[in-house]
Design a binder for this molecule. Sequence first.
Ligand code: NIG
Ligand code: FE
Length: 403
Amino acid sequence: MTQRLLVRDLAQLATPAGTAAPLRGSALGEVEMLEHAFVLCSGGTIETVGLMANLPALDDDVVELDARGLCAVPGLVDCHTHAAFGGDRVDEFSLRAGGASYEELHAAGGGILSTVGATRAAGEAGLRETVERHRSWMLRAGTTTFEAKSGYGLDRETELASLRAIRDAGGIPTWLGAHAVPSEFADADAYLDFALADVLPEAAELAEAADVFLERGAFDAVQARRYLEACRDAGLTLRLHGDQFTEAGAIPLAVELGARSVDHLEATREEGIGQLAASDVVGVLLPASALFLDRPMPPARALLDAGAAVALATDLNPGSAFCESLPLVCSLAATQLHLSPAEALAACTVNAAHVLGRAERIGRLAPGYRADLVLLDAPDWRYLAYHLGGPVVARTIVGGELA
Ligand code: NIG
Ligand code: FE
């Protein structure tokens, strides 16, 4: 007999409405809310959601969880992290606090390349341990599904070890094979010759998507196109880091190649907003990264109001966003990006699930979806965004089991 779990007496239950994905426009802000509710999970899937007043009589096979004083929202989905890295960048963080800029440190050989050194030195066992640790932090913050990118190995062995470590920790691996040009290569083209010939064939077996850092000092639009076209031909979904510091053609390229997402967008202006809004490409907003680097926030309201599909993610990484908390990202979305709590919730559940190609199974509290829930220690589900940096997550349930 399958074990069933009844989460009962919830103060509130909130879920993005409907079944469509990605949500955009006014649909992004439509939340279905039940007061005094229950969720019945069976075999890892949600069987029923309803009002306590309508709770049916249940057999003895049901384990009950008393959720008085708590609110349920769908398990959070982090669709953009760099959880596979060695070492830290706390020295660089301190230098930045004293006025050094992220781009200056990068140009001086620090930044991403210093993490590449530490990641290569960590070895596969070290990387596995680190990804596991980051996964446990995310889970405590209510993240029940996470994507993570390679991109700090930039050699064959460490890139593949990163992707395996992510996969084995239950993450969804993305090959960020074009993150920076490692120092043993003369230039970006020489590095891409190597990466596409020697790493892509096996990376494509391990990863679901490919990502590129299209930016001044990293890869330009011609190089990004070459990388992405090769990855698409190998069967990978396409994503881009674009418009973080400068507009260098990421949005038009993403639209032309049918990418799943373009992420960052802090530097996006009117024309890019219009192009993205008219496309199926999701704009992934990373306000923790803008905050951590003291950079301008992305033009979120303009994107939403133009009709773009947006998602929210942490960007967890050692340099630009040492942050695993989607509740904190929701607070930033409300206070800095001017999203309503309902828009923020949909952006880090349904829309993030869409970015990961899983919107039919995760991101909502409704029958047939995976039983991934976050129980908030709050009388109102909007505390998800309202409780700035507080311990808002009381319990996390993954696949019908208490985590
Ligand atoms: O998304 N911008 C490129 N990559 C990461 C940061 C990487 C790092 O600083 O280590 C990002 O911000
Ligand atoms: Fe990133």
